[in-house]
Ligand binder design. Structure first.
Ligand code: ATP
Length: 630
C-alpha cells in the first residue's frame, strides 16, 4: 500500500473534506486560546507536504528529523520549520490504533501551554511521523553549555514550575508522559520549558514494534520508576510514575549528573527495582523542595507526591528564594526516609482528605493484620479541626458514645460502600486478563474506584458495586500455592520430592503482587531465592492451619534451611545418647547378673561370659591374681 492509500485509510472522520486544520496553525505560544473546534481540525498531514531535511537526534522511541511542513490555502502559502518524530515501524493495524489514540488527544494537547505545539501526524515510508513545532533547543542542550553542566537553583525552580504545570494538564486529559528527562524539555522563545514528549510511550502501551532489535521499554532507563520496568507485573503505572521521572530530571538539572550515570539498563534495573536504591538528592535545597523530591523516590508509587504537590512546593520555594536571596551549598547525600504515620507517607495520606459526613474507621499500620486496640472502629466525621500547627484532627461521632471523639486525621481512613483505600479486593465478574485479586487505589464518594491488578499495566477503573472484599496479605506471612494451581502465573520453587515450597512474603507491590523469599531453601551461588506470586493463587500457611504434628514440623522447616540438618543432627545425637544410656543400663544389669552367676560359679568379672574360653581363662586367672594381690 502506498502512502496516499494509507493516508486515505487513516482519515477516519467523514465530515472533513479537506485539511482545514492548516488554516488554524500558527504561533503556538500565542494562539493556543484560539484553536478551532474539534470538528474543524484533524491531525492528519499529507506526507507530500512534509519534507524531511536531516536527522537531529535518535532516541529510544524513534528518530527526530528537522523538516518543513508546507501549508497552503487560497490566500496563503507557507513553509514551517518543524521537528518530526519518526516512530519505529509497526504493523498496519497497530499503526491505525496508534493514530486513533493520537487523534483523540491531538486537540487537547494543543490547548496545553506547557506542551510542544503539535502540527499533526503523517506516515512516511510506513512509519508514523509526528510533526511538532521546532524549538531552538532543550534544557539538556542548555546545561551542556554551562559550567559544571548544571543549572542554578532559581532556574531549576522556574523550569520545574513550567514542567509541573504542563504535566498537570496532561494528566488531566488522561495522558502520562513516562519519559521525563532534560532532553525532552524544550525551551520556547519566552525561556519557558515546554514538554517535547507529550506521552509517546503511553500511546505506544501494548503496541509491539516490528524491530525486534529494539527493546521497547516504557521510558528511558535512567529516569524510570520501579513499576515502569514491568508494569503488568510490578505496576500499575499511574500519574505518580511521572513524579519519579520529575524527581530524576530535577536532580540532573541541579547536579549536572544523570541519575545512574554510567550504569547499563540491567544494572539500573537491579538498583532500582530489586535493591530499592534511589537517586541521590543534593543537600542545601529549600526544605519543601527537598522533601517533595525525596518523596518522588518512594518505591511504592502510592507514597509519592502528586504533581500538584510538587508544583506547590516549587512555587512556594521560588517565592521564598526571591525574598531571601541565595540558596547555596549543593552537595549530594544519601536519602533519608522522612518520618511517616504508621508506615504511610504524608503524600499517601494527603490523597484522601476527610470531610464532614465521611464514614471512617481506624487505619491499620502498613503490613499489619493485627486488630486495633482502640475502641473506635467506625464513626462519622462531624467536624475537622485543622489548627495552625496543621496537626489535623477530626471529630468523630461513634454510635453509643455521647460526645464526638477528637481523633488524629492520619489515623483514620474513609470507608465508602464498605471499602477503604488499600483494601484487598476482587472483581465479582471473572476475567482472564488479570489476576482476580488486587489492591484498591482509590474510592471516590460517588463509588467510582480504581484498582491495581497484576496483568494490567494501568489502574482498572470501575464502580464499587463491581467489587468484593478479598483476603489480605502482608509482609512476614508464610504462603504456598493453592493445591489446585497446576501452572502458576510466576515461577515457583519446589521442595525435595516435588511438592511446592512454602515461602515468606517480603514485599507487597501496589498491584497486590507478592515478592516471596524462601528461607527454607538452601541456595548456592547466584541461584535466585526470591520469587513473585499472584495473591489469587496462594494460601496462607501458619501453625494453626497445619493439620497434625508432621505438618507443623514441616512448617518449622520453612523458617530456615538449617532447621532440617539441625533436626537431623539433634536426632542422631539424641539417638546416640539414648543408645549409650540404654547400653550402660543394660550393661549394668548384665554385670549384676553376671556377678551373681560368677559368685555362683566361683568366677570374677562379667567379660568372661562372652569371651572365648582361653581369654576368659586368662582374665579369670588375672582376676583371681589381682584379687589375691589386693
Ligand atoms: N520539537 C523539537 N524541537 C527541537 N528539538 C527537538 C524537538 N523534539 C526533539 N528535539 C531534540 O531532538 C533530539 C532527539 O530527541 P528524541 O526525543 O528523539 O531523543 P531522546 O529525547 O534522547 O529520546 P526519546 O525517544 O526517549 O525521547 C533531542 O536533543 C531533542 O532535544
Amino acid at each position: 500500500m502506498d502512502q496516499g492509500q494509507m493516508a486515505k485509510q487513516i482519515r477516519v472522520p467523514q465530515s472533513a473534506a479537506s485539511f482545514e486544520y492548516e488554516l488554524f496553525d500558527g504561533d503556538p505560544d500565542n494562539l493556543r486560546t484560539v484553536v478551532a473546534s474539534p470538528t474543524q481540525i484533524l491531525p492528519y498531514i499529507d506526507p507530500a507536504k512534509l519534507k524531511l531535511k536531516h536527522r537531529i537526534g535518535r532516541g529510544t522511541f524513534g528518530d527526530v528529523w528537522l523538516a518543513t511542513h508546507h501549508q497552503s490555502a487560497d490566500d496563503f502559502d507557507e513553509y514551517h520549520e518543524v521537528a518530526v518524530k519518526m516512530l519505529p515501524p509497526m504493523t498496519e493495524d497497530l499503526t491505525q490504533t496508534f493514530i486513533e489514540r493520537f487523534e483523540g488527544l491531538f486537540l487537547k494537547c494543543r490547548e496545553i501551554q506547557g506542551v510542544c505545539w503539535l502540527h499533526g501526524i503523517s506516515i512516511i515510508n510506513g512509519k508514523i511521523c509526528i510533526a511538532m513545532k521546532f524549538y531552538e533547543g532543550s534544557i539538556a542542550d542548555r546545561m551542556a553549555w554551562l559550567k559544571g553542566g548544571k543549572l542554578d537553583l532559581s532556574h531549576v525552580l522556574r523550569y520545574g514550575i513550567n514542567l509541573a504545570k504542563g504535566l498537570l494538564q496532561l494528566h488531566s486529559i488522561g495522558l502520562l508522559v513516562l519519559n521525563l528527562k532534560p532532553s525532552n524539555f524544550l525551551v520556547n522563545d519566552h525561556d519557558q520549558l515546554v514538554l517535547g514528549d507529550f506521552g509517546i510511550p503511553y500511546l505506544l502501551l501494548g503496541i509491539p514494534l516490528l524491530n525486534s532489535d529494539m527493546i521497547l521499554r516504557l521510558g528511558t532507563a535512567n529516569y524510570m520508576a520501579p513499576e515502569q520496568w514491568e508494569p503488568k507485573i510490578r505496576g500499575p503505572i499511574s500519574s505518580e510514575t511521572d513524579s519519579w521521572g520529575f524527581g530524576c530530571s530535577i536532580v540532573e538539572m541541579l547536579t549536572g549528573v544523570q541519575p545512574w550515570f554510567g550504569k547499563s539498563s540491567d544494572e539500573i534495573y537491579q538498583s532500582v527495582v530489586i535493591k530499592h536504591e534511589k537517586p541521590q538528592v543534593p543537600v542545601g535545597l529549600p526544605p519543601d523542595v527537598e522533601n517533595v523530591i525525596i518523596g518522588c523516590f518512594e518505591y511504592d508509587l502510592r507514597n509519592r507526591p502528586l504533581v500538584k504537590d510538587i508544583l506547590y512546593a516549587f512555587e512556594s520555594s521560588l517565592r521564598a528564594f526571591n525574598g531571601d536571596g541565595e540558596w547555596i551549598g549543593l552537595e549530594t547525600r544519601g536519602l533519608v526516609e522522612k518520618s511517616n504515620h504508621g508506615g504511610y507517607t504524608s503524600w499517601y495520606l494527603s490523597k484522601n482528605p476527610l470531610q464532614d459526613g465521611d464514614t471512617v474507621r481506624l487505619r491499620k499500620p502498613v503490613n499489619t493484620c493485627k486488630p486495633q486496640t482502640m475502641d473506635v472502629h467506625k464513626g462519622i466525621v462531624t467536624g475537622l479541626d485543622n489548627g495552625a500547627d496543621k496537626s489535623g484532627f477530626a471529630l468523630v461521632k461513634i454510635a453509643g458514645v455521647q460526645n464526638p471523639l477528637r481523633v488524629q486525621e492520619s489515623t483514620l481512613e474513609r470507608v465508602t460502600d464498605g471499602f477503604a483505600v488499600g483494601d484487598w479486593v476482587c472483581i465479582k465478574e471473572e476475567n482472564d486478563k488479570s489476576s482476580s485479586v488486587g489492591i484498591l487505589h482509590s474510592v471516590r464518594r460517588d463509588g467510582s474506584v480504581s484498582v491495581g491488578f497484576i496483568g494490567l499495566e494501568t489502574l482498572w477503573r470501575g464502580n464499587s458495586s463491581e467489587l468484593q472484599m478479598a483476603k489480605a496479605y502482608h509482609v512476614g506471612q508464610f504462603i504456598r500455592l493453592k493445591e489446585n494451581v497446576v501452572t502458576p502465573r510466576f515461577e515457583w520453587p519446589r521442595k525435595r520430592g516435588g511438592a511446592w515450597a512454602t515461602g515468606r512474603i517480603s514485599q507487597v507491590l501496589p498491584n497486590g503482587c507478592l515478592v516471596v523469599n524462601f528461607p527454607g531453601r538452601l541456595v548456592l551461588g547466584d541461584e535466585p531465592n526470591s520469587f513473585l506470586a499472584d495473591p489469587a493463587e496462594v494460601e496462607q500457611v501458619s501453625f494453626d492451619n497445619c493439620a497434625g504434628v508432621v505438618e507443623k514440623y514441616k512448617h518449622v522447616e520453612d523458617f530456615h534451611w538449617s532447621i532440617r540438618p539441625l533436626t537431623i543432627a539433634l536426632g542422631v545425637f539424641t539417638a546416640m545418647k539414648l543408645s549409650m544410656s540404654i547400653g550402660r543400663r543394660v550393661g549394668a544389669k548384665l554385670n549384676k547378673r553376671q556377678r551373681r552367676r560368677g559368685d555362683q560359679d566361683g568366677r570374677v568379672g562379667s567379660n568372661a561370659t562372652w569371651l572365648p574360653p582361653p581369654f576368659a581363662n586368662i582374665i579369670f586367672k588375672e582376676g583371681v591374681h589381682t584379687a589375691a594381690v589386693r
